[in-house]
Design a protein around this ligand. Sequence first.
Ligand code: PMP
Length: 374
Amino acid sequence: MIPIRPHILKMQPYSPGKPISEVKRELGLQEVVKLASNENPFGPSPRAVEAVRAAASDLHLYPDAAAYELRTRLSERFGVPFEQIVVGNGSDELIHLLGLALLGDPEDEVIVGHPSFVRYDAAAHLAPCKLVSVPLGEDLRFDLAAMAAAVTPRTKMLFIANPNNPTGTVVRKAELDALVSTLPPQVTLVLDEAYFEFAEHLPEFPNSVDYLRAGKNVIGLRTFSKAYGLAGVRLGYGFAPAALTDAIHRIREPFNVNSLALVAGVAALEDGEHVRKTVENNRRGQSRLAGAFEAHGAKPYESFANFVFADLGRPAQPVFRALLNRGVIARSGEVFGRPTCLRVSIGTEAETDRFIEAFDAAMRETAAPSEARS
Ligand code: PMP
């Protein structure tokens, strides 16, 4: 018997979207579209690709452990002091490191919304400590009043994904201000802004940097995986009070961000055009997908991210399978505790066409007999 720590055996391994190669192999399909992991449909920023090529000849050297150039550029771009910036192997790693830095007592409490991003739960389970899961409210938006009411003297962290994954919904500035004003100083508010670039045009969209400047115990998490198209090299960053960035520097691996990610990030930050194109395409895709769901009587939730979450009003798993048989990988809602929902990432125009065609057929094929007749 290998003495694995018992609470670790209670943790679920992360369940990623199905890879394209696996679907091709299993179903014998030639062309498969993956709309399951909220990746950038235009690929990486071309400038980042160029920078990675140029950096390949230096792969024998360790990366810059301080990420000096990237953090300097992030500091200039977002107006956050250098020492308040941390970078990680994806924002996933920063969530993990925050758990290590802040949780340690089994009586500690972590508040999350449900459904939301599952890696927050993992940080609490790993500690291990108490996970307080507050159901989303009306229209699958965070119920901030209920989350505020869940805070106790043992609460250490409160996670808000804004926009939220898997729902795509956002928390507005006025309601977040109200929450922040009630939080005791020992509660670190983690504002996960992985989909920030897709929502920042919204006038009432709050920005973690403002709370940081106001001296709040807040960390804003962002990523290069979505709007910048760099999910494969793993690069995320965070803005936090210096006491928190200092703690993360003490516990992180010295070379947590690899040298290709460092140069890719610097180059992608300069590539405003790629982000603009991605965000524009995303807005068109959001409304096309919403229309496709509504045409079948499904309810799409208002999304400000690069995916749309919709309640089909019937089990989504058969629809997910029927889509898969047509070479379209989406995400069925079971993993999010919403078995009648489907999450679909926004692709290129052509991929959206392909999804809509497959979805129409999948809904017809899987309709209950009474539905099919009407
Ligand atoms: N937060 C949210 C809300 C996400 O949806 C994701 C990506 N699935 C992440 C964090 C992790 O992103 P990264 O690729 O930077 O680890």
